[in-house]
Design a protein around this ligand. Structure first.
Ligand SMILES: [Zn+2]
Length: 65
C-alpha cells in the first residue's frame, strides 16, 4: 500500500475521492477533481506541460455494495 497520499498524472488512482493539484494549489489556483479507483489520473488543466501531482484531500464515502 502506498503510504503517500499523492499520485502523478498517468498513475492509476488507488483511492476514490477528491483530489487537488499540488502545483496549482501552491500557485494559488484551486484545481480539484474527483477520481475513482482504477482510473488513470489525468493531466491538470492548469499544468498543461507538466505531470500534475494530485493529492487526495477527501476520500470517498464507503464503497457501494
Ligand atoms: Zn495543476
Amino acid at each position: 500500500m502506498n503510504s503517500s497520499r499523492t499520485w502523478k498524472s498517468g498513475e492509476v488512482c488507488q483511492a476514490s475521492g477528491e483530489y487537488r493539484c499540488q502545483a496549482c494549489h501552491l500557485a494559488g489556483r484551486e484545481v480539484v477533481g474527483a477520481f475513482e479507483v482504477g482510473k488513470i489520473l489525468p493531466l491538470c488543466d492548469g499544468c498543461p506541460d507538466k505531470d500534475a501531482t494530485w493529492r487526495l484531500v477527501r476520500a470517498a464515502a464507503a464503497a457501494r455494495i
